[in-house]
Design a protein around this ligand. Structure first.
Ligand code: PLP
Ligand code: ZN
Length: 401
């Protein structure tokens, strides 16, 4: 297999960059770089029909991923994730076609593995010795795991109040985990210093071009799973925005390759009322986010007070006629309970936030009853031990006395 990667392009000023050396953000304008491919060539080798013979690995899309040599692939077995229908929950709301794409089955228990398998493979291709990233939750474990597998040292900086299991897994995978008093943005500053002073390879969300390439495969998978006819609405819990941006990029690439029509889903970014910078920006019709002060939510993947890719997140929402909406932590907890009881799935809080947003969106007629809705469960609820404890504690105490 051969990649059709041709160059990297700044999403702000369109400056082009060579992909043969490590590239991070645009040196002219600080913008985010996107990998660009020769899609005519890709379409000659890859097709929906041929994909069917390539198994279920994310790496079956090799031609449109930014890695040059197959031998550099660092994998833990990233298989296509299931899409299944929710039955009882939507019936209560009135929505007819509600599907969940369940990313909890991926290595390290969240979809962060999609980005890291590609980004760490690239780091290996560049013969990097230390890779670093800040993490508010699942990114740390994913970086640690793939770096360990590649024989690359990892540095993970996390807020001290990150969910316990995310901290534990990071310590297990990596010999350099730092817990700080502060939020992910503060952790990001420490990574930045290490990058400048010690030459760490920066895997911070959207600051290098490969994690979003791994995440875009969600868009390809959905297209296949919906018979190359995308769902009407995609509801996505948005922290750094990698998945939302990646899927939108995938849709464009697929249209250029003739795999799908120009029809796009309405893209919904869901946040929590304790940290809603994208929702605030959307409501003001703004193209960028302001820092959300005192960000607090137990949906740790959504505790990003100012996403670096804010301008791309908002662009996707506007272009798709989408919306940004927030739900509160209490509603998330209740939604986790009902999804477990009604559907047999322990959603992660981020996924529960996305599911909870469907009801108000249906009530305010953003979603119509004949529209198909796809909600993302971005990780395993089982990693959030504190949240689960909080939900069941009253019940267990009652039973014991
Ligand atoms: C990181 C994370 C998110 C946010 O993902 P982005 O694509 O960066 O917005 C959502 N849910 C979970 C479980 C996460 O770990
Ligand atoms: Zn630029």
């Amino acid at each position: 297999m051969e990649t059709t990667l041709t160059y990297l392009e700044c999403t702000r000023c369109n400056q082009m960059y060579d992909y043969n050396v490590p590239q991070f953000t645009c040196v002219n304008c600080g913008g985010i770089l996107f990998a660009r491919y020769n899609l005519d060539r890709a379409a000659k080798v890859l097709s929906p029909a041929k994909l069917g013979n390539r198994g279920a690995s994310l790496w079956r899309y090799f031609e449109i991923l930014p890695i040059e040599r197959e031998s550099n692939i660092v994998t833990l077995g990233e298989l296509e994730t299931p899409v299944y229908r929710f039955n009882y929950f939507p019936a209560e709301i009135g929505v007819r076609d509600l599907y969940v794409k369940d990313e909890s089955v991926l290595p390290t228990g969240s979809f962060k593995s999609r980005g890291m398998t590609v980004a760490v493979s690239k780091a290996k291709e560049f013969d990097i010795s230390i890779a670093a990233a800040p993490s508010a939750g699942n990114a740390g474990g994913a970086l640690g795991a793939y770096a360990a597998r590649a024989g690359i040292r990892s540095v993970i900086v996390m807020p001290r109040d990150t969910p316990k299991l995310n901290v534990y897994e990071s310590f297990l995978y990596s010999s350099n985990v730092q817990l700080i008093d502060g939020l992910i943005n503060d952790a990001g500053l420490i990574i930045k210093q290490g990058v400048e002073r010690h030459g760490w390879y920066d895997l911070s969300t959207m600051k290098e071009p490969c994690r979003v390439e791994g995440k875009k495969i969600m868009g390809y998978e959905i297209a296949g799973q919906f018979n190359w006819n995308l769902p009407d609405v995609i509801v996505y819990p948005t922290g750094g925005g990698t998945g939302l941006i990646g899927m939108w990029k995938a849709f464009e690439e697929m249209e250029q390759m003739g795999w799908i029509s120009e029809k796009r889903p309405k893209m919904v970014a869901v946040q929590t009322s304790g940290c809603a910078p994208v929702v605030n920006a959307f409501q003001q019709g703004s193209k960028e986010c302001k820092l959300f002060e005192n960000a607090a939510t137990f949906a740790s993947g959504l505790r990003v007070p100012k996403p670096f890719a804010d301008y791309l997140i908002l662009q996707v929402i506007y272009e798709s006629n989408g919306i940004a909406i927030s739900v509160d932590d209490d509603t998330i907890r209740k939604t986790m309970e009902s999804a477990a009881r009604l559907e047999g799935v322990i959603l992660c809080p981020e996924g529960a936030a996305a599911l909870a947003a469907v009801k108000p969106l249906f009530e305010n007629k953003f979603i119509n009853e004949n529209e198909s809705v796809l909600v993302f469960n971005t990780g395993s609820g089982l990693k959030y031990i504190e949240v689960l404890q909080n939900i069941v504690s009253g019940k267990i105490d009652n039973k014991l006395t």
